[in-house]
Design a protein around this ligand. Structure first.
Ligand SMILES: [Zn+2]
Length: 349
């Protein structure tokens, strides 16, 4: 294994394909937005507020992990201005650590508590991405999520329709998020079909809060082109071969998995084996704030705990660009530039 420093990792071109808008805010922004929107917070002291939001290195369950979203994060994201700002800052923070492309995901229903129309929230996120692109050159796109534990089929179809109608505002894919156990993806097949048949990408949270059966449904019944997490894929060797042979990328979020106890610790995380078995791996943050992580921290963890050297790091970085939900032309340009710059950085070591 070649030795890498965190400084070198920070310079590498990156993507974040699994990035939740509401879980990736800055602490000072939450405090300011709460003040502007008369939202009461458990504390306005930055350190104390962070303690309320951060679920700790490990938490009891996915539900425990999600608590801060409903109590603190979503209440400050109910206006157009707050969404523009949050999106712009997430793109800026990603850019500061080398990201050139991010897909920001959110569920419009969760931002409609004060009546904001779904189209308005999409326009706001689009505006935030545009401001970030103009200032820092970072490309961003939107993934709209169905909430599996809290939505009817009709509401899920509405999300699929929003995806189809707002491609011009940067919406590139549909997702399904929320508590996985008891809410198999197949239930929402109709929504995925509608999106996919209209040229929308499809990624599905699966194999995080439930076993490999959920991944099986996502791939075979729902047409997922990427899998959010896919951590429990090892439970089904046949499916594992299928996922590898069909180049279905896993959006790995290791810190988040350790936090929610999907994996015992970094050293035992199955991604370490998946890459050896020819499965396409991308490295992502999930929630920059709630998981208290960055892309560089995730890659640094892969280097230290999985012994990944320049070969594996290059492979996962380029996989992020290859599996972006972008038209071939844009993707090829980003990929070519990233490959060139990664090689230049590694050759200079
Ligand atoms: Zn997620």
């Amino acid at each position: 294994m070649s030795s890498l420093s965190l400084d070198t990792i920070k310079k590498l071109p990156k993507t974040d394909l699994h990035l939740h808008l509401d879980g990736s805010l800055r602490i000072p922004t939450i405090i300011e937005l709460a003040k502007q929107n008369s939202v009461s917070l458990p504390s306005t002291n930055p350190k104390e507020l962070f303690e309320h939001i951060y679920a700790g290195e490990t938490c009891h369950s996915l539900e425990d992990y999600l608590r801060a979203f409903f109590e603190i994060l979503l209440p400050v994201l109910q206006t157009e201005e707050s969404l523009v700002r949050a999106t712009r800052e997430i793109a800026e923070d990603s850019h500061q650590e080398g990201a050139r492309y991010v897909e920001i995901r959110y569920c419009p229903h969760l931002h409609a508590n004060k009546g904001m129309p779904h189209k308005t929230s999409i326009e706001a996120v689009h505006e935030g991405m545009k401001q970030a692109k103009d200032k820092w050159g970072i490309e961003a796109r939107i993934v709209l999520a169905i909430l599996r534990h809290d939505m009817t089929i009709k509401e899920a179809l509405e999300i699929a329709e929003l995806c189809c109608e707002h491609k011009d505002l940067g919406v590139v894919a549909i997702d399904i998020a929320g508590a996985e156990d008891g809410y198999p993806p197949k239930r929402f097949k109709e929504a995925f079909d509608l999106a996919i048949n209209n040229g929308v990408g499809c990624t599905i949270h699966a194999g995080e809060g439930y076993g490999s059966d959920s991944i099986k449904q996502a791939v075979h019944d729902c047409g997922a082109m990427r899998i959010g997490h896919g951590t429990n894929l090892y439970q089904d060797p046949e499916l594992q071969t299928y996922v590898a042979q069909n180049n279905i990328a896993l959006e790995a979020c290791v810190t988040s998995n350790v936090q929610t106890r999907v994996a015992k610790n970094w050293a035992d995380h199955p991604v370490k084996q998946y890459i050896k078995q020819g499965i396409t791996i991308t490295i992502n943050t999930d929630n920059r704030l709630v998981s208290h992580t960055t892309l560089s921290d995730e890659l640094w963890g892969c280097h230290r705990h999985f012994n990944w050297g320049t070969t594996e790091i290059r492979q996962v970085l380029l996989a992020g660009f290859e599996h972006a939900f972008l038209p071939e032309e844009n993707k090829t340009r980003l990929l070519t530039e990233a490959a060139r710059d990664i090689d230049q950085i590694f050759n200079s070591l």
